[in-house]
Write a protein that binds this ligand. Sequence first.
Ligand code: SAM
Ligand code: SF4
Length: 475
Amino acid sequence: MSLDLDPDARKDMADAAARDGGARKVFIKSFGCQMNVYDAARMADVLAPEGFDETTRVEDADLVILNTCHIRERAAEKVFSELGKLRELKQERAAAGRDTRIAVAGCVAQAEGAEILRRQKAVGLVVGPQNYHRLPDLLRRAETGRGVVDTEFPVEDKFDHIAPARPERTRARGISAFLTIQEGCDKFCTFCVVPYTRGAETSRPAARIIREAEILAEAGVRELTLLGQNVNAWAGVGEDGAVWSLARLARRLAQIPGVLRIRYTTSHPNDMGADLIAAHRADPALMPFLHLPVQSGSDRILAAMNRKHDAAAYVDLVARIRAARPDIALSSDFIVGFPGETERDFEDTLDLIRTIGFASAFSFKYSPRPGTPGADMADQVAEPIKAERLARLQVLLEAQRQDFNRATIGRTFDVLFEKKGRHPGQIAGKSPWLQAVQVDGPEALIGAARLVEITAVGPNSLFGRLLDPHGEARA
Ligand code: SAM
Ligand code: SF4
């Protein structure tokens, strides 16, 4: 999904105006995390009753929404550069007699607010992540021509006001779907903007999550990834009125007919309760793959980051999780070059990585985010040192990822098939550990889990053969 217009698209634009007389189209481009991907789908749900169909061609869109991310450097500048391109598109469509409305959503909208309207006049609406349920009303207000900004943290929960997606609209979402169960964060890590842009931690009630999961399953979804900034801190009102934990919720979701696999992300180490660890032993629907960010292996840096645990506590936690589910694979996020990080601190991070062994990981250079305590700390690390440390860290993480993938050769496990493969006659799916797997097999198996023996490993995919193409689906 690019915002760059291809030349033919310019030519088509005027024809399109005549062609689809009346139907309005919305193009949503999401940056950043999976929660934004989920939010984009819910924005489409809110706009559908208003007569908006989703399009993947920005040049066809009557409404363009940039769903932005504020986590990393120059996030706002990137948004303004995208908006510059959209302004040109708006002008070209106007010349073809078509109106285009431009909205900015997500965490940059929350952080920059009215500044966006001031700097880019083509924008009609700025809406923060907590207010997507108000989109239809906000768009109507924006029709007056005056820019509208809504970055309040409302008392009502946006999800309570967004009707669950209808199965027929959900069908396009495929075999694996995201489901946000928790938002916001109270932890205030000193590098992070999330507590400011997404607000305080809130958990959706179980009944709503279950209803949404049922709709997704009816529409053919077989794998649910439960989302939250601190997903394992989820504590919601259960169907029985008691407060449930994530372990209890996962057990309930696994009972929904059609749901084969459950994942959850992102977890904070301090919220990894004993019952959730035990659920990994007891519940086969919970996949043996856990994204559990540690950020650093240095106790000094972990304290400065306000992560509220040390390296030994993380190693001990992983040992307990592995005792419950020996085949569990771990992934993490790492930040290098946090203020004050010495070579010794960085070596501690490399040591922790060697101790744990990660199946995959995301790693970033520390980027000072305005308004966070880290940005004002003395001892900011020089850019070349950050770059050099990141390169060394990534060599180690990549070697571990490849070792993990290579270790699957000759092994047999279930693959949940999600789509056609790269070549005719192939189908593609995911291993329990989130690895992409390609096999020769019939398209009829898309949506089913089947035993596969891994025969080869490429840089980004595993290759295997189906052992029981006609067997029962399972995860
Ligand atoms: N809640 C999750 C946790 O506590 O691990 C992470 C949420 S954050 C949206 C995703 C990742 O972005 C973080 O784990 C961190 O590694 C990275 N990140 C956040 N702020 C950053 C910053 N200022 N500079 C570099 N990386 C950052
Ligand atoms: Fe950000 Fe820390 Fe909250 Fe994660 S736990 S969202 S890194 S403040």
